[in-house]
Ligand binder design. Structure first.
Ligand code: ASP
Length: 607
């Protein structure tokens, strides 16, 4: 037997037990004729004491860090207890030891605060995984996985595997492709998600499906994305949007309760896409803090439901920057009216950075004595400043920040500025969790370069029932690119929903189209002629002819969910073997070239 106990297990109650432990050498501390060794395994650390006799043997067989060691000995109470570890009351008086394997000197220290940089740790990920910090993340990941599975199992969901070697499933990214040796010149695509399969399973009558599944998307890797990532992928039939929201709100709450011990009793808040864009400039708003956007001026057609008289407070001042801007938006940042010139200059530089792309930043200080001081005093009287302050909901002591420019960019910039100010003021607390459903997304997005519609979610998403006729009765063609917003398709809303947690989209899904005619209309709207529809999605259109039930589903980004629950910004920390930012596995050194023989078999010639 290699071991009777783990290195995290022994306590005072075990004193005098004869035990055998096996593990890795964490530290060796020699004191004259005795030696202390910390032995580590997945469960913890246990102190070993080598007395005089064994010390001689140790001198002959010196131990180094990360050696694999087996010891037999007796549990004994420690005189010098260590309250920081659960086994700190005891140590093992070693009677026999055997070196099971040696270790080279590891390239970085295997401890919480390691001296290893990111690249080095990734290259030797198998050593990095020995560190507590990483282990805790993987443990958390496993408990999220278990909690999700338990919940879904209780609710009658069935885990059904779907294939990886498939034909393209569009989720808006490029496919990874795999050449087929048996079918020369032909390729499989790796699934961007199991979308079409889970829908087919609904047609087959498996009314509650789930899978914790890998998805593959060949995207330019923006920060913290992985080319292969994991989803908790779910689908149900005979459901409406409300059923799905209810079911998966339940799942997330269950995960919070089991993994974090956090009980969320209230219903998850909801907002519409339009409301989210209007108040936060963002379709995945962080609602842990307020600082809502005040829309002082905006194009009337972008938010038809909001298009009431706007801009009054700004008018008549002859301030060109505001008068000529499409959009003017403001936030009232609480309690920082005292900001110095230098601090405001720094913020101005911040919004001028290319990532944010603004020309400048206007501010109004709402002094505690009730007066106002602004960078645009020249144009706006005290009364006007007061009206602007009222429009933003600012209080005495607040600093109002105003951005002006083209609609999309300005709104996005304000969203970023709001998040940045939230961070600087400590309002985005790591241990506070705020969930939000975002509903009623537009069904289509306009692709300027191609002058056509693209699906905002994916082509299988159903329009709101009240918009189906608009979709069917209108020609999707956009005659006048400049006025695409006037096309009836621009206002069609999708039966789609996203779940947002602390400003991150953690899940998204939709009620699906389940009739062949409507699905064909959708493909047509996306610019696919009948031949292309048949070639790419003939199997799905065919299936819809054989009694497809109404259905819908959702997928959660598992890696991201884990990283948020674990209080980290990086999903890589929660993946055992992640890729780096250029999609490389630096440990395997993949991707890599393949040899000529393989290329020949695949009948591939490299250009
Ligand atoms: N397949 C979708 C996605 O990966 C999720 C869904 O619609 O269920 O985003």
């Amino acid at each position: 037997m290699y071991r009777t106990h783990t290195c995290g297990e022994l306590r005072l109650t075990n004193v005098n037990n004869e035990v055998t432990l096996a593990g890795w050498v964490q530290t060796v501390r020699k004191f004259g004729s005795i030696t202390f060794i910390d032995l580590r395994d997945r469960y913890g650390i246990t102190q070993l004491l080598f007395g005089e006799e064994l010390n001689k043997q140790l001198d002959e067989n010196p131990l180094g860090r990360e050696f694999v060691l087996q010891v037999k000995g007796k549990v004994s109470e420690r005189s010098n207890k260590n309250a920081n570890i659960p086994t700190g009351d005891i140590e093992i008086l070693v009677q026999e030891f055997s070196i099971l394997n040696k270790s080279a000197v590891p390239p970085f220290t295997i401890q919480d605060d390691t001296d290893g940089g990111d690249d080095l740790r990734m290259k030797y990920r198998y050593l990095d995984l020995r560190r507590n910090a990483v282990k805790r993340n993987l443990e958390l990941r496993y408990s999220v996985n278990r909690a999700a599975r338990n919940y879904l199992h209780e609710k009658n969901f069935m885990d059904i595997e779907t294939p990886f070697l498939i034909k393209s499933t569009p989720e808006g990214a490029r496919d990874f492709v795999v050449p087929s040796r048996m079918n020369p010149g032909q390729f499989y695509a790796l699934p961007q998600s199991p979308q079409t399969f889970k829908q087919l399973l609904m047609v087959s009558g498996y009314d509650r499906y789930y899978q914790v599944v890998k998805c593959f998307r060949d995207e330019d890797l923006r920060a913290d994305r992985q080319p292969e990532f994991t989803q908790i992928d779910c689908e149900m039939c005979f459901v409406e949007q409300e059923d799905i929201l209810d079911m998966f709100e339940g799942m997330i709450k269950h995960i919070f309760k089991t993994v974090k011990g956090v009980e969320i009793t209230e219903k998850v808040e909801r907002t519409t896409w339009e409301e989210a864009m209007w108040t936060y400039g963002n379709d995945k708003p962080d609602i842990r803090f307020g600082m809502k956007i005040a829309n002082l001026k905006f194009p009337q057609h972008t938010f038809p439901a909001k298009a009431k008289a706007a801009g009054d407070v700004l008018e008549g001042a002859n301030f060109g920057v505001f008068d000529n801007a499409e959009t003017v938006v403001a936030i009232a940042v609480p309690g920082i009216a005292e900001y110095t010139r230098k601090q405001i200059d720094e913020l101005t530089e911040w919004v001028k950075r290319p990532q944010i792309g603004m020309q400048g930043l206007v501010n109004i200080k709402c002094n505690t004595d009730g007066t106002f001081k602004s960078s645009v005093d020249k144009f706006y009287s005290e009364d006007k400043l007061k009206s602007i302050a009222e429009a933003t909901g600012a209080k005495a002591g607040d600093l109002i920040l105003i951005l002006a420019g083209a609609e999309e960019r300005t709104r996005k910039a304000m969203s970023e500025l709001r998040l940045e100010m939230g961070k600087r003021l400590g309002l985005r607390k790591e241990d506070e969790f705020k969930l939000l459903w975002v509903l009623d997304f537009p069904l289509f997005e306009y692709a300027e370069e191609e002058n056509r519609w693209v699906a905002r979610h994916h082509p299988f998403t159903a329009p709101k029932p009240s918009d189906i006729q608009t979709m069917i009765n209108n020609n999707p063609r956009i005659e006048n690119a400049a006025e695409y917003l006037k096309h009836p398709y621009a206002n069609i809303k999708a039966n789609a929903y996203d779940m947002v947690l602390n400003g991150n989209e953690i899940g998204g899904g939709s009620i699906r189209i389940f009739q062949r005619e409507l699905q064909e209309k959708m493909f047509e709207a996306l610019g696919m002629d009948k031949d292309e529809q048949q070639h790419k999605f003939g199997f799905l259109l065919g299936a819809f002819e054989y009694g497809a039930p109404p259905h819908g589903g959702i997928a959660f980004g598992f890696d991201r969910l884990c990283s948020i629950l674990g209080g980290s910004e990086s999903i890589r920390d929660f993946i055992a073997f992640p890729k780096n930012n250029s999609g490389r596995d630096v440990m395997l050194d993949a991707p890599s070239s393949i040899d000529d023989k393989q290329l020949k078999e695949l009948q591939i010639k490299l250009g």
